[in-house]
Ligand binder design. Structure first.
Ligand code: PMP
Length: 430
């Protein structure tokens, strides 16, 4: 049994100085009950909290720590960069090197701009798409999350669904009117929207594999169908690969599915754990960005030398060691098969969605292909399951509507522990 009195005390204290006690809503355990754990350190597959409890981590900072925590690959590069100053606000050689590396890895990117978060990347990408096309409206998909930019907090996923605020107060009606939404995997619905808003749609933005309503995979032909539609209608197709970039393949979901968007947004792994995002795409579009073009976007700390050192080390490692992806696939296969066997043993029928090293268990007997079907999950049961796993030292995302991320630090023996914990937690919570 894991006790966490110090975390509990810190959480009470945090309520007085930080809204909800956390600096990002998804960290609170609001949807699953209980208090969040306050972390002190992490190494490889393990995180350690203030009470000295050890957890096997399946969030990995919501994606970035694909090599596990405190990987020497990244830490050494950061330590080497620190003595040269934390920030210059002037160009550096490293920024060119990381741009060239990203271009060499991600099929759609011919030019790229570094920013400080996934949110900045998506906000900037749609501004550029609007500037480029001279059109105002965008289409996004229900249950997809693209950060907290105003235009995206419409039918938004992740913490916004978890907390029941998919359409946030504070977003003006004007902004909301320019965001049209369609169900994920529903190409006909998108065609109808495009037809009804002829020559008004600047961009279609989506997670090519959705990870923010739990994991939802693109149906056969969905991504290609969007590509064809965008080509016909002069719409900029944006793949938000903040989660999937460098995770599902060195070139992200676009490499895996062989569909090339006009623009891509990146985050998480690209900074190796440092606050980094990026957006890029066709030269013709990216040359609209200031100072090359008229669309303004800037950042005091963008291309920060420490963050670039971390990102460069991470991406170089992934490019030079493609066997990482085979390793991640194999271990995730084992996790998923283990869970399926557990369910058979218990006579339970839940849905597991998985691509590469990302997966989700939905507590529903229906296939989960979009936001509506994701919402058929029994979230109370998920809460019990989450807490049972936590008690066994397995740290999962505290919401049904999130994906789990596997790191290379998950060994066969850790996978066995996970599978055993999964069986016991299911038995305790069903
Ligand atoms: N896009 C996607 C697909 C995401 O999953 C996220 C964050 N989980 C974001 C954008 C926003 O990134 P950030 O939290 O770095 O602003």
């Amino acid at each position: 049994m894991i006790h966490a009195p110090i975390s509990n005390e810190l959480f009470s204290r945090a309520q007085h100085s930080i809204p909800g006690g956390v600096n990002s809503p998804v960290r609170a355990f609001k949807a699953v009950g209980g208090n969040p754990r306050f972390m002190v350190s992490a190494k490889g597959a393990y995180m350690f909290d203030e009470d000295g409890n050890r957890y096997i981590d399946f969030i990995n900072s919501w994606g970035p720590m694909i090599l596990g925590h405190a990987s020497e690959v990244v830490q050494d590069a950061v330590q080497k960069a620190i003595p040269n100053s934390l920030s210059f606000g002037a160009p550096t050689r490293k920024e060119i090197e990381i741009a060239e590396l990203i271009i060499s890895m991600v099929p759609s990117i011919e030019k790229v701009r570094m920013v400080n978060s996934g949110t900045e990347a998506t906000m900037s990408a749609i501004r550029v798409a609007r500037g480029y096309t001279g059109r105002d409206k965008i289409i996004k998909f229900e249950g997809c999350y693209h950060g907290h930019g105003d235009s995206f907090l419409i039918s938004a996923g992740s913490g916004a669904i978890t907390l029941g605020v998919p359409d946030s107060p504070g977003v003006t009606k004007g902004t909301a009117n320019d965001t049209l939404t369609a169900p994920y995997n529903n190409l006909d619905a998108v065609k109808t929207l495009v037809e009804a808003n002829k020559n008004q749609i600047a961009a279609i933005i989506l997670e090519p594999v959705a990870g923010n309503m739990g994991l939802v995979t693109p149906a056969e032909g969905f991504l290609q169908g969007l590509r064809d539609l965008c080509d016909q209608e002069g719409i900029v197709l944006i793949f938000d690969e903040v989660m999937t970039g460098f995770r599902l393949a060195p070139g992200g979901a676009q490499e895996l599915y062989g569909v090339t968007p006009d623009m891509s947004t990146l985050g998480k792994i690209i900074g190796g754990g440092m606050p980094v995002g990026a957006y890029g795409g066709k030269k013709e579009i990216m040359d609209y960005v200031a100072p090359a073009g008229p669309v303004y976007q800037a950042g005091t700390l963008s291309g920060n030398p420490i963050a670039m050192a971390a990102g460069m080390a991470m991406l170089t490692y992934l490019k030079e060691n493609p066997e990482v992806y085979t390793q991640l696939n194999n271990i995730t296969d084992k996790l998923v098969k283990g869970m399926q066997q557990n369910m058979q043993q218990l006579g339970a029928t839940f849905t597991i969605n998985r691509v590469g090293s990302m997966f989700s268990i939905f507590f529903t007997d229906q296939p989960v292909t979009d936001f509506e079907s994701a919402k058929t999950s029994d979230t109370a049961l998920f809460g019990r399951y989450f807490n049972a796993m936590l008690q066994k030292g397995i740290y999962l995302a505290p919401s049904q509507y999130e994906a789990l991320f596997v790191s290379t630090a998950i060994t066969e023996s850790i996978a066995d522990q996970y599978i055993k914990a999964n069986l016991e937690a299911l038995q305790e919570s069903i």
